[in-house]
Ligand binder design. Structure first.
Ligand SMILES: Nc1ncnc2c1ncn2[C@@H]1O[C@@H]2COP(=O)(O)O[C@H]3[C@@H](O)[C@H](n4cnc5c(N)ncnc54)O[C@@H]3COP(=O)(O)O[C@H]2[C@H]1O
Ligand SMILES: Nc1ncnc2c1ncn2[C@@H]1O[C@@H]2COP(=O)(O)O[C@H]3[C@@H](O)[C@H](n4cnc5c(N)ncnc54)O[C@@H]3COP(=O)(O)O[C@H]2[C@H]1O
Lengths: 139, 139
């Protein structure tokens, strides 16, 4: 657990590359988002636009909350509403060239951080698991 | 990030005590579980029995997967099925007297770990956030 050890490890070494990250598009229906979240088993995933730029995050509690009516669960909203209507727009992001220590600071309050390149294209995600695996010696 | 610093911190200092942990009972319907998960905003919560002993975990993807039919989402299953039918039975748990290092090891693969006392009663949860806050110096 000595911080000197990982000063020369960079974000690219630890991140999950974009081709292995489940994601949805801003224009998808909530029903599509719920299917991708359920089938992947992830509780939150990135939202991209058609140019593969990062627009936000969508999570299972947020989708469910948007269809929870006063009397019952309003499932018809799943087909009518789009991901961009309910997704979380303000999300932490880092660039490939940022220091790992900056990524660590953001992971305290977020299960994963999205990584972009200098032109704003989505490159992958840095997860708490990847950092904990590094920091905690396997006994 | 020096491991010597937190050898004398114990699990009880870092855990969220049971009275502040959202949870459901084994006999609750899936509909009730979905409401507690959605309203609390948490993606996974502990399942207890009537004696306040830990029985499992329930998460939003697991509840959604159990009602996902081939043609459509089968919402009538929410009222018919119970939490104990779909919950995850095998979950990591530690006791109040275990070392913090044992808790750290389990947090690599789990967002939170349930803490029990020596008689098996639920005492609270140890979260990744609590550990990361300890390990990562705020710049
Ligand atoms: N299929 C699987 N195989 C093995 N372990 C699994 C798993 N699914 C979940 N886990 C474990 O559960 C943790 C929480 O998953 P969750 O989906 O809530 O939260 C995840 C999810 O929202 C997102 N995530 C991780 N991998 C992803 C991927 N390939 N695509 C999209 N999102 C991903 O990052 C969050 C944190 O991930 P992290 O790995 O730190 O932490 C994961 C991992 O330790
Ligand atoms: N109301 C809120 N206020 C501030 N931050 C919030 C928050 N809800 C979620 N977060 C942030 O999002 C992370 C993931 O939450 P999630 O619900 O997927 O995953 C949570 C949830 O499944 C469970 N959990 C945490 N606190 C809980 C509580 N009071 N009752 C029941 N379960 C809890 O432990 C997991 C890991 O928690 P952790 O704190 O490490 O990590 C949390 C925290 O950093």
């Amino acid at each position: 657990l000595h911080s000197g050890e990982f000063i020369d490890i960079n974000i690219q070494d630890l991140m999950i590359p974009s081709e292995r990250v489940a994601h949805v598009q801003v224009g998808n229906t909530l029903e599509h988002a719920l299917l991708v979240l359920t089938k992947s088993g992830y509780t939150a995933i990135p939202v991209l636009d058609l140019e593969y730029k990062l627009k936000g995050l969508i999570s299972t509690p947020v989708v469910l909350d948007s269809i929870l009516g006063l009397e019952r669960i309003e499932f018809e909203k799943l087909e009518k509403n789009r991901v961009e209507d309910v997704m979380n727009h303000s999300i932490p992001r880092i660039s490939l060239t940022d220091s790992l220590l900056k990524g660590l600071g953001l992971l305290v309050d977020h299960p994963f951080i999205c990584v972009e390149n200098k032109d704003g294209y989505f490159e992958g995600i840095l997860t708490r698991r990847a950092i904990l695996k590094l920091l905690i010696p396997k006994n």
